[in-house]
Design a protein around this ligand. Structure first.
Ligand SMILES: Cc1cc2nc3c(=O)[nH]c(=O)nc-3n(C[C@H](O)[C@H](O)[C@H](O)COP(=O)(O)OP(=O)(O)OC[C@H]3O[C@@H](n4cnc5c(N)ncnc54)[C@H](O)[C@@H]3O)c2cc1C
Length: 449
């Protein structure tokens, strides 16, 4: 960078695209290192895939991400740094498993055995380069659905494990997910034990005020004026001298850009010159998942009196998982239901009234007839949201890892890539978003500061 003969180098200027956790984490590292940062955010709010809605009585509902857990150390540190606190997820009483038309309190060993086989294979995957695993090619051409059909002891076990893993982790159908993608995800999140558990796992704790409160504090801690909301980046020009981010309101010149978006969203921006074929190909092969997260709000958590935790998993029906999502300080009962992949799509095709009836029927099957009369049912459709287009995250389509995986983090000249999808630990999670943002920021400082 020229210094006009003074010997004083001006600060590196960086445009960060997206004020989700990844963009905010990147901006915070860059600003901390003395860089001049402009975070350009399409929405009129920060936080991205987190959104907290308050009911009239103050009960807070997290419509997007909500949990953090053990080994998500950067998230824990940020919560502490920004003077927020957490509370444990409600988990009092017995879990319910709907299994072949019957209720159980745990899945049978046949399901555990399948998950254990996958965990063992995941141990062979390097999350920084899954395509290098000895059996990568075989795993990437095999879908989870195909593998389960071969290996599972019975169709119900296959269906249950498929819904729990392809659905619960990637919000997709087992036929849409390659084994390699799933094994990468299992490894990146520390194995099924951590990924699936409430206490002791990724669903252990919630942030008071919701993760949105943390995003707002992270943004507020940046130098004043750093975050510009309501400003979609439409195109990025880039060459050896710098980058230009084009928005509806004008352009922002910088020395480098961090694009902190899911690849599917990053691919909707124009680039000049166009992205290299392999990077663009990646953006075409990493669709967002399809999850529907719906909160049914009751006067009280009536299921607790029946000895039920409200936590359920199901081998059949439109809803794959539920949790008790009550918050401290509110007496309301909140049952949150998750539907994934084909079931989520089917629910979306229904009228709001039919969808509500189908969801409430599913809740009745889990916690009994009192579930039939919720005060409110609150949903948010992330797939219809222009700036997210699906959730929880993007996942590479079967057969794509070897050809396109290496492009996930490879910078395109002065354009660097962040977003939770690029993380090697806790990919798909808030923790992964933060780690990815911090990694991209370090990359920019090393290359351009
Ligand atoms: C329903 C749901 C439940 C989830 N549950 C959990 C959970 O409990 N725990 C957990 O850890 N994770 C969970 N996740 C995943 C978690 O939300 C994500 O991993 C994380 O928020 C991703 O952060 P990010 O910064 O990578 O991307 P994003 O949050 O998507 O941020 C990208 C930002 O870029 C903006 N943007 C997009 N296009 C443009 C553009 N062209 N110009 C400018 N800005 C743009 C978007 O508006 C957005 O603010 C959940 C997600 C959802 C939706």
């Amino acid at each position: 960078m020229p210094d006009g003969g003074t010997g004083i180098r001006p600060p590196v200027r960086v445009v960060v695209v997206g004020a989700g956790f990844s963009g905010l984490a990147a901006a915070s590292v860059l600003a901390g290192a003395g860089a001049q940062v402009a975070v350009l955010e399409a929405r009129d709010r920060v936080g991205g895939r987190v959104l907290t809605r308050r009911l009239a009585d103050g009960t807070a509902l997290d419509l997007g991400a909500q949990w953090i857990g053990p080994t998500q150390d950067r998230m824990a540190a940020l919560v502490a740094e920004h003077a927020l606190t957490t509370f444990p997820s409600a988990s009092v009483g017995a879990a319910t498993v709907l299994w072949d038309g019957r209720r159980r309190d745990a899945p049978p060993d046949s399901a555990h055995r399948l998950v254990a086989l996958l965990d063992a294979d995941a141990a062979e995957v390097d999350p920084a380069a899954p395509w290098r695993a000895a059996r990568a090619a075989e795993w990437d051409r095999t879908t989870l659905g195909g593998w389960l059909a071969e290996v599972a002891a019975d169709p119900v076990s296959a269906r249950y494990v498929g819904r729990l893993l392809a659905g619960g982790l990637l919000a997709a159908d087992p036929a849409e997910v390659s084994l390699l993608q799933l094994l990468f995800y299992l490894r990146s999140g520390g194995g099924s034990g951590l990924l699936l558990a409430m206490a002791g796992g990724a669903q252990q704790d919630r942030i008071v005020g919701g993760p949105a409160a943390l995003a707002e504090r992270m943004a507020a801690a940046l130098p004043p004026g750093s975050v510009v909301t309501g400003t979609p980046v439409r195109a990025i020009g880039h060459d050896d001298a710098g980058v230009v981010a084009y928005t509806d309101g004008g352009l922002h010149r910088a020395d480098a850009a961090v694009v902190a978006l899911a690849p599917a969203l990053a691919g909707r921006i124009g680039y000049d010159p166009p992205l290299p074929a392999l990077r663009d190909g990646l953006t075409q092969r990493m669709p967002m998942g399809a999850a529907l997260k719906v909160h049914a709000v009751y006067p009280e958590p009536f299921w607790r009196a029946d000895g039920l935790s409200g936590v359920s998993t199901a081998a059949e029906g439109p809803v794959t998982e539920t949790v008790d999502n009550g918050v401290p300080g509110s007496s309301r009962g909140v049952l949150t239901a998750f539907a994934y992949g084909g079931e989520a799509r089917e629910l979306r095709r229904m009228s709001p009234q039919r969808r509500r009836a189908a969801l409430v029927d599913a809740l009745v099957a889990i916690v009994g007839p009192a579930a039939a009369r919720p005060d409110e049912v609150v949903e948010y459709d992330w797939s219809a949201d222009e700036w997210t287009r699906g959730c929880f995250c993007g996942a590479l389509t079967p057969g794509s890892w070897a050809g396109y995986g290496p492009e996930l983090r490879r910078p395109t000249g002065r354009v660097h890539w962040a977003g939770t999808e690029t993380a090697t630990r806790w990919a798909g999670y808030l923790e992964g978003a933060v780690l990815a943002g911090e990694r991209a920021a370090a990359e920019v400082l090393a290359a351009h500061a």
